[in-house]
Ligand binder design. Structure first.
Ligand code: ADP
Length: 449
């Protein structure tokens, strides 16, 4: 079955023109036409070649010549690219009608000819517009009348045609024309419906594409606004901090204990606000930097991350196990940020009930690297697992116990999406959690999200 599908897709790729200016229905007709000829090609070989051989040994040379011409025509329909598809369709139809009338008049019984006549008409409905179908219908009708006249005039005595009774012919030809009309109406109905479905699909796709573009623009706008806001707020915030410091140093003696405490709270708030704004700034900058993808030795990069977080690791007395990691193509800053957030979280959210152990592993699959950051910390309750990847969501954690702003995992999610990957978490509450990051081996230039 598989080789039939492979034959079909190989041949279609060879013969099908670009959809370009064809309407959906026109293109569907072209596909039907080419599908027919690429299947007729091998089957005609099976039917026509033995026929040719038989007619040569029985000295019925005209059949051999006819078969040869027919087969050459089919071959040229498939392999000659210089003939336009419309001309090919006409050649194909003429060939079918020619075959029909040859079988009709040359065989003793016209049954096979009738069958081919019907098939030729079906192919006309499938391949041409309604107008052409009606014209061919009229042509059929006229041919039937002429055959009737010839039967009446006994012209067919000259050739071996079985029908000599005009009434019998009228019944047979009317039945064939009737079948023809029914089939034409049905196929036309199906094609028209199909056309509506195709147009509806195209509409939906266009709408979807427009929505994606609009969404992308809104996202860019929003990201730019976030960037500008968090960047521009730095200066007034710096002023607030600096005047608070001056207030504290110059007027310390004139302030009572409560006044000093108020200044202290205000300073803390300003510092916290600055931290949050810097993180928002970092978040909005991700993806703006379109620098080159490079080969990264992940073990070296993670060593750097551990070095930068050594104070946190020491404070939490964490044991870190890093397995052999691959060298991968990627964006150094993005990968460093990703591993920094995941490892520092695994260290930060440790359980007081046991020594903190954090492990980083990597499975190399056919197309992806699958990293796992496993810890034995406090874990995450089921209902919070999806929410923690949202901006500013701090899950179930006691906000006073562990410092944070709820941005780290949103950054991780953004980075993995930028790298066409995905991130997820599994956890048993109070026992620890595993963050899984799947990144495709094939990395192209980063784009804005
Ligand atoms: P932050 O750590 O600054 O709060 P994150 O976005 O990095 O922000 O994490 C969001 C929340 O997810 C955290 O507040 C915490 O509740 C939860 N979380 C993240 N990593 C872990 C982990 N390794 N173990 C338990 N909870 C975690």
């Amino acid at each position: 079955m598989n080789w039939i599908a492979r034959y079909e897709s190989y041949m279609l790729k060879r013969v099908l023109p670009e959809q370009g200016s064809f309407s959906a229905l026109e293109y569907l007709r072209i596909v039907i036409f080419y599908k027919s000829v690429i299947y007729i090609l091998p089957f005609a070989f099976v039917v026509l070649i033995p026929g040719m051989y038989y007619s040569i040994i029985t000295h019925e040379n005209y059949v051999a010549i006819f078969d040869f011409i027919t087969y050459s025509t089919i071959v040229s329909l498939v392999f000659v690219n210089s003939i336009s598809v419309n001309v090919k369709k006409i050649i194909f139809t003429l060939m079918l009608f020619h075959l029909t009338f040859q079988l009709f008049f040359r065989l003793e019984t016209p049954t096979i000819g009738m069958l081919y006549w019907l098939i030729s008409n079906i192919s006309v409905v499938l391949l041409y517009t309604k107008r052409v179908t009606i014209l061919i219908g009229i042509f059929n009708f006229i041919v039937c009348i002429f055959i009737g006249i010839f039967i009446k005039l006994n012209y067919f005595d000259l050739i071996s045609f079985r029908y000599s009774d005009i009434i019998e012919w009228v019944i047979i030809s009317l039945n064939m024309l009737f079948l023809n009309i029914i089939i034409s109406i049905l196929i036309d109905h199906i094609l028209t419906k199909l056309q509506h479905v195709i147009y509806a699909q195209i509409d939906t796709r266009n709408n979807l594409e427009n929505s994606v573009i609009q969404l992308q623009n809104k996202n860019d706008e929003l990201e730019h606004m976030t960037y500008v806001a968090s960047h521009d707020l730095q200066e007034p915030l710096r002023m607030v901090t600096s005047f608070l410091t001056q207030l504290d140093t110059k007027y310390k003696d004139q302030l009572d204990q409560r006044g000093k405490q108020y200044i202290h709270y205000a300073m803390n708030g300003a510092v916290k606000m600055r931290e949050v704004m810097l993180e928002i700034l970092a978040f909005s900058k991700i993806g703006m930097d379109n620098s080159q993808i490079e080969l990264i030795h992940l073990n070296e990069l993670v060593d750097e991350v551990l070095w930068m977080n050594r104070k946190l690791i020491q404070e939490n007395n964490s044991q870190i196990i890093i397995e052999q990691l691959p060298d991968m193509l990627g964006h150094k800053i993005l990968l460093r940020t990703l591993f920094t957030n995941l490892i520092s979280n695994a260290v930060k959210y440790k359980s007081n009930a046991r020594i903190s152990i954090v492990k980083l592993t990597c499975d190399i699959e056919e197309n992806d690297y699958v990293f796992k950051i496993i810890d034995n910390g406090i874990g995450i309750p089921d209902e919070k697992k999806d929410q923690i990847f949202q901006l500013f969501n701090r899950g179930d954690v006691n906000k006073n116990q562990v410092q944070g702003s709820g941005i780290g995992l949103a950054i991780c999610k953004k980075i993995t999406l930028l790298m066409n990957g995905e991130i997820s978490v599994s956890s048993v509450y109070n026992e620890g959690c595993t963050f899984t990051v799947r990144l495709p081996k094939q990395q192209t230039k980063t784009t804005n999200l």
